[in-house]
Design a protein around this ligand. Structure first.
Ligand code: PAF
Length: 303
């Protein structure tokens, strides 16, 4: 269907058309915002597009289910692919272009060059998913090369990913600003995720224990409980009480380095990863003094 008639963004799947569009965009002096995604879009993604539209003259969204960031036993083949619905959603938020590269464009035969991710990729997700951030860093850098935007937008839901991308951009002198946007939650608190659609109704209820755990931790810190051991025990208690037994990590870490902390002093990030049924979910929140200000401390580079 003609995108001008449907209101859908223009879909581009090859480098020649992408370069022509970029040339026209730059030629007219427009700033460019980039929202990298794997599709199966939800309100969290759409909030990134809105943030881009608020700051930049043109917004490009990428949809690419990146095979190199999935481990051998992860959900690459069953990862939801919902391009038609995604394009309708992107029409609503008025994205300009959607880049949907075929896998051969991103990983041509014989591909063997990867980005070695920064130190901050090592703990937490890095332990549970040892090759994940290598795949993320590699594909994100490739997307930044293909679409040299002024600003790229990422969600705080993937807290460690945000730090990895921000460090990579700094370390490799990539001329792009990274803006991190707040987590978008369902009205009952569940952080929006493309993987939520795997949950059965009963699991969807169970999954609420993650955001409840974060809330309990926030309340403890507000009442001046700063000891990590106490806070983490309460959060784990919330997960277990909901029948969530397979917990990858519940951790309090320094929000810049992700090193584990013993006290929330002055601030920390609480990171969770756990399985609800066979679905692995992650969530996080900032605790302590970093909550002061505009509530989005990741918006400003910390270096
Ligand atoms: O957050 C995601 O959806 C992916 O990790 C990203 C950044 C699009 C890279 O594939």
């Amino acid at each position: 269907m003609n995108s001008e008639v449907s209101g859908r963004p223009r879909v581009i799947d090859n480098v020649a058309a992408l370069r022509a569009w970029l040339g026209a965009c730059r030629g007219s002096g427009r700033s460019l915002g980039l929202v990298p995604t794997m599709g199966a879009l939800h309100e969290g993604h759409l909030s990134l597009v809105r943030a881009s539209r608020a700051r930049c003259d043109a917004t490009a969204v990428t949809i690419f289910v990146n095979p190199t960031q999935f481990g051998p036993h992860e959900d690459l083949t069953r990862y939801p692919r919902t391009l038609e619905a995604d394009l309708d959603a992107l029409a609503e938020v008025r994205a300009d272009v959607v880049f949907t590269p075929p896998v051969e464009l991103m990983y041509p035969a014989g591909f063997s060059t990867y980005v070695e991710p920064p130190e901050v990729a090592r703990p937490w997700e890095g332990v549970c998913r040892p090759t994940h951030f290598r795949g993320v860093a590699t594909v994100v850098l490739k997307l930044f090369q293909l679409l040299p935007a002024d600003v790229a937008f990422f969600g705080q839901k993937d807290f460690q990913q945000c730090l990895v991308v921000r460090r990579m951009v700094r370390d490799l002198n990539v001329p792009i600003e990274i803006q991190v946007c707040p987590i978008v939650r369902e009205p009952d608190g569940l952080a929006m995720s493309s993987r939520n659609r795997y949950l059965s109704p009963a699991e969807r209820q169970q999954a609420l224990a993650l955001s409840r755990g974060l809330r309990v931790a926030g309340e403890l810190v507000e009442r001046d409980q700063r000891e990590a051991a106490e806070i983490l025990a309460r959060v784990r208690g919330e997960l277990r009480a909901a029948g969530i037994e397979r917990i990858d990590y519940v951790a309090l870490a320094n929000p810049d380095t992700l090193a584990e902390v013993e006290r929330v002093a002055p601030s920390a990030v609480l990171l969770l990863a756990a399985y609800v049924g066979s679905t692995r979910l992650i969530d996080n929140c900032l605790l302590g003094e970093c909550l002061l200000g505009d509530g989005s401390p990741l918006d400003e580079p910390r270096e």
